[in-house]
Design a protein around this ligand. Sequence first.
Ligand code: SAH
Length: 401
Amino acid sequence: MPCPNLQIKKNLIREGRAARLLHPWIFSGAISQAPSGIEPGSVVRVTDAAGEFVGYGHFNPLSSIAVRLLSFDEDKFPDNAFFFEKIRDSIMRRRGFPIRSDARRLIFSESDLLPGLIVDRYASVHVVQTLTAGMDRIKGEICSAIAEIDGAETIIERNDCEIRKLEGLEPRKSVLMGKAPEPEAILIHENNFRFELEPFSGQKTGFYMDQRENRAAVASYVAPGMEMLDCFSFSGGFSVYASGAGAASLTLLDESESSLALARRNLSNNPGSAKTTVFIRANAFKALREFRDSRKSFDMIILDPPKFAPSSSDVEKAYRAYKDINLFALKLLKPGGILATFSCSSGFQRQKFFEVLCAASRDAGRCVSIVSSLTQACDHPIRIGFPESEYLKGFILKALD
Ligand code: SAH
């Protein structure tokens, strides 16, 4: 199919580099010749400096990521049939994954060769995010494909995210297909637990499915009778698992009242061993200090904060924030206690997070060892050659004193 040609400065293909293994982004500074007058979201044909075909991609002259490569085969132009096939492949791949839940991420952007597209399924509700102009343009076709392949009844768009601004897109929240659930909260089943979530008003697309495997991993360290602090608890996922594993006392801490209310419902929907459950609405930075001042201590602490470093330019600020909460959490840990600590910032790399923990352990005067290294769940895969797709880092630390 004829489409505008865009040339990049580097000579890639003649050097024997397989285009499909290249990083799928082309920055505006890497372009030697770009077509003019092309609408954001159009498909372009990319060639290298020697004129060799690299791939087809979505072009957006407004973004510094000018092209996101979609197809690396000259005969496979990204038309509707191409996207249908890629969407089907992504959904089918998941069917072979070890996911014990009726909620899963069906499409994870570049990691599923569909840059800019995220699709989550919560029981009978599908939630879509089109984060690039290219994907936003074909939203209707995407919905039809999901309905046909995965039997979607209700499709909601949660395009109320900041990142769309970089593509010149407005924030949007709407029902694209079917009827919005009434009442809004829907129920999902994850491992042996039941969770309510709010796909229209909740955080992200409603639930942190990327922590599914980590909730189970952390619960395997719970011993009967433990006192746990679930800091940044949101809908209480870690607490529900811990109570199921024998924890005696739970303290959930979040600055959002609606998140605590949701966590309260999730705990009452999953009868567990916890005898005492305390919900604290507070800023974690302040609350951790207050616990220290009142000499409070815990057998297990979860730290699962929001993104402190949305991009690599925030690394220094994020370092200080991660250091602060990890330092105080280590001070609050009982002898032999467990700290499960996470960073979900893609701009903050695993090595940097490890350095934070070294510094926090030194300053807290606590000797700890890593008993487990954690990452995002299997339906949020990390694409080799695309390091930006690794965003969730976690460690389970055990105090040696
Ligand atoms: N652990 C959760 C996900 C946490 S998301 C799960 O497994 O589902 C991060 C949470 O941190 C959000 O609920 C948000 O309301 C809360 N939060 C953000 N900043 C905070 C702060 N400074 N103090 C306390 N809570 C905060």
